[in-house]
Ligand binder design. Sequence first.
Ligand SMILES: *[C@@H]1O[C@H](CO)[C@@H](O)[C@H](O)[C@H]1NC(C)=O
Ligand SMILES: *[C@@H]1O[C@H](CO)[C@@H](O)[C@H](O)[C@H]1NC(C)=O
Ligand SMILES: *[C@@H]1O[C@H](CO)[C@@H](O)[C@H](O)[C@H]1NC(C)=O
Length: 370
Amino acid sequence: MGIKSCSVAYVLSFISLTFLAQAANEKGLGASFIFGDSLVDAGNNNYLPTLSKANIRPNGIDFKASSGNPTGRYTNGRTIGDIVGEELGQPNFAVPFLSPNSTGKAILYGVNYASGGGGILNATGRIFVNRLGMDIQIDYFNITRKQFDKLLGRSKAKEYISKNSIFSITVGSNDFLNNYLLPVLSIGARISQSPDAFIDDMIRHLRDQLTRLYQLDARKFVIGNVGPIGCIPYQKTINQVTQDQCVDLPNKLAIQYNGRLKDLLAELNDNLPGSTFIYANVYELVLELISNYDKYGFSTATRACCGNGGQFAGIIPCGPTSSLCSDRSAHVFWDPYHPSEAANLILAKKLLDGDKRYISPINLRQLRDI
Ligand SMILES: *[C@@H]1O[C@H](CO)[C@@H](O)[C@H](O)[C@H]1NC(C)=O
Ligand SMILES: *[C@@H]1O[C@H](CO)[C@@H](O)[C@H](O)[C@H]1NC(C)=O
Ligand SMILES: *[C@@H]1O[C@H](CO)[C@@H](O)[C@H](O)[C@H]1NC(C)=O
């Protein structure tokens, strides 16, 4: 190809990309950028040498797009991030950053940076040898951000990122479960740090991380708080509580962090002009589901569907040798840590259309439309 035809091809593909970006605008949401941990990882850990993996059966058994094959999602079907994207009009799931597919126009629908085992603090998840923490996830977004400039041109890219994109961050559980509360690896941190000091550290890092995203033109944010991690089958099993009990300390830490997170988001809403930070009260939402599981059509909120070990199948992660429940839609928990797709559908719906008790100051559909 000569220089002329090459530049014609370039201009044509530029026009069609701009058109694609505009078409996405009209449907509402352009891109969904997803950060966080295994609750929303869509396959990044498949590309890491790590002990935290979900691309093994029967994970993904109900994921239609892969015909039931594992994708790296830590659940039987779609994650909350997948469902929210679909509902807001995204034509494709956000592609995992580390997958070879995260190039070209695929990134216009968004990119997923989330990583099983990852946390706010760099040291979190060390037990898995490898995972992407939030600092690295944002370094990766910085790479994507430059790809957008190339794809759309600087001013269109900036508009697309700030007006037509939602940044969701689901993180914090691992900072407790796989850092602060871990008996061996973090013993130093736990002796030398009070819960207050540890949570201060988390909030300080998260403030820096969210501010970096803002500097890269992110404006519409949704941040999930930490769920009732004392009620997951893993914690209930290792602490040997009864069916109706949850473990006290992890829930107390979560509540303490969540209060600080709410204040942080109010502060950022005031200090970063043009930004909207919304607070997703995952804690209340999951607790509601656990407390009233029968009302929502579940038969248990304590036993993992896929898992092994102890009273609540809560010790060994889900894999080919795990026992598998007979009705996957009757379990709130898919595995010792993660909700089932049936639970994710209910949680996502409340985040999309729910009231201030669960999502504030506005819900996700309203966030898309501002
Ligand atoms: C990458 O794209 C190919 C072709 O569209 C598709 O078959 C494959 O499932 C994709 N892989 C991932 C990880 O999304
Ligand atoms: C965490 O790791 C990232 C990437 O390696 C690095 O840029 C950052 O400075 C680290 N943060 C701390 C507090 O060590
Ligand atoms: C993004 O990367 C550039 C280098 O390519 C760096 O100068 C800039 O500080 C980074 N921005 C953020 C917010 O990390």
